[in-house]
Design a protein around this ligand. Sequence first.
Ligand SMILES: *[C@@H]1O[C@H](CO)[C@@H](O)[C@H](O)[C@H]1NC(C)=O
Length: 548
Amino acid sequence: MQAPLRLHLSAALKDDSSWTHDANCHCHCRFQPRSQPALRRRRQLIQRLLLFGSILLTGFFFFFPDLRPDLGSGPLSYLASTDDSKLETVRYYDLSNVQGTARGWEREERILLCAPLRDAAPHLPMFFGHLKNLTYPHNLIDLAFLVGDSKDNTLELLNSKLEALQADPEARNQFGEISILEKDFGQKVNQDVESRHGFAAQAGRRKSMAQARNWLLSAALRPTHSWVYWRDVDVETAPFTILEDLMRHNKDVIVPNVWRPLPDWLGGEQPYDLNSWQESETALALADTLDEDAVIVEGYAEYATWRPHLAYLRDPYGDPDMEMEIDGVGGVSILAKAKVFRQGVHFPAFSFEKHAETEGFGKMAKRMKFSVVGLPHYTIWHLYEPSVDDIRHMEEMEKERKAKEAEEAAKQQKEDKIKEQFDNKGSDWEKEKAAVQDLVQKAKNEEKEEAKKREEDKKAKEAAKEEPKEEAEAEKAKEEKAQEAAKEELKVEAKADKAKVEKAQEAAKKDTADAKKHVEKREEIHEAWGVDERGKAVPKQPEVPDSA
Ligand SMILES: *[C@@H]1O[C@H](CO)[C@@H](O)[C@H](O)[C@H]1NC(C)=O
């Protein structure tokens, strides 16, 4: 009974509009102008009809709220529902229109801005400051927040901030659709800076962060979105044009470099996000040795992956548009085409190629042949939260840097040693001479020792002469024979030793000659080449004659 009524009403409204249209047409094109009272009467009739219709509709939907037509959220869906579909509850979307292009703001491409929040109240004022300053048309940005596992007043503050934001008298400052999603993930790890950054907590933390991101995105992504922008609330400084700047590259996934300012005594600034990196052979080999469920987290000494990090490649004066292909991405600020997610790439809450969350996301996108790039010289700045752990974290990074330096130093040392050996040929001869003399002395001493021992033995034998005669005689003969043999042996040995010593002396002499030759040769080279301050031979500059 209600449905026909509704149809009737919309038909009536439609007739009204065509009627006015006809009236205008008659009025301006073909016929004489109507008399004033007639026009007024007609206008009154239309107004009454419209008023009556709207009262009827309002009353109807008041009593039957379930039958209210859902006109969708964004302007696109509204258009789609009225233009292309006869049924008001069916909406039509052409997803080929939302693939993302380099100049999305001109094509009115919508961005879904996602921000996971946990105990984020202290950062919300700053975050809303950033939102207000974004130059991308605000009406094209839909906001989605996931509030979970928070013990502070994040939710209340978020609500009041959003109300203030949308109450801006300038309509163009207001954002599009806003979703707040609430879900706890039962994170056991404390979210304070200390335990958040500790190595042991990483894998579990990253997996539950991944789940939070997936829940947030799957709930908030609409068919109208061309882009998804992930942004942490604790970013302190970022260009207002960041969305356009990243979009202009027209990549499937793109991240800026993320650093953080430090107090001067800590060096002024520091790379922050170490999750954006290029894959390395070392890391792949390491991954092969790990358990199937293991998760490598970048930026900790426990996993020395030797990957080129986007963060470390920054040159403050480098071209901000320079791109670097990366495999893992950090989550502080990611702009991705919505089609990447529609195609099935997500934030793995399990070990995907030994990575999880945003790093796993980067790897998965890469695996699906999407372009994943970082901008080493386009930098945004993360908030500096001074803490014991930050210093520890810094020390970890310092350790990694030092290890790299030590490797370099070892290489240099090796080179120096070779050079030193070359220089010390002369003194080596002295050492060898001493060694030879030692050898000779030792041989002489040994000979003396042996002789002394034999004498003692003889005496002992004589003392034992009381023993039975035959036995003693036989013993004596045997002994004499042995002594004879020993004497003979000793002679041979001594001869051999002497020969050895002579040979050694000969060799040493030759070495000296060689060393002398080396020194002469080197002097020759130095004369011809010249030596730099590190003792390295360099070609001598030809002497320029005075032009005067
Ligand atoms: C937003 O812009 C204003 C005016 O340029 C500036 O004072 C403010 O610091 C900016 N806010 C943030 C969070 O960058």
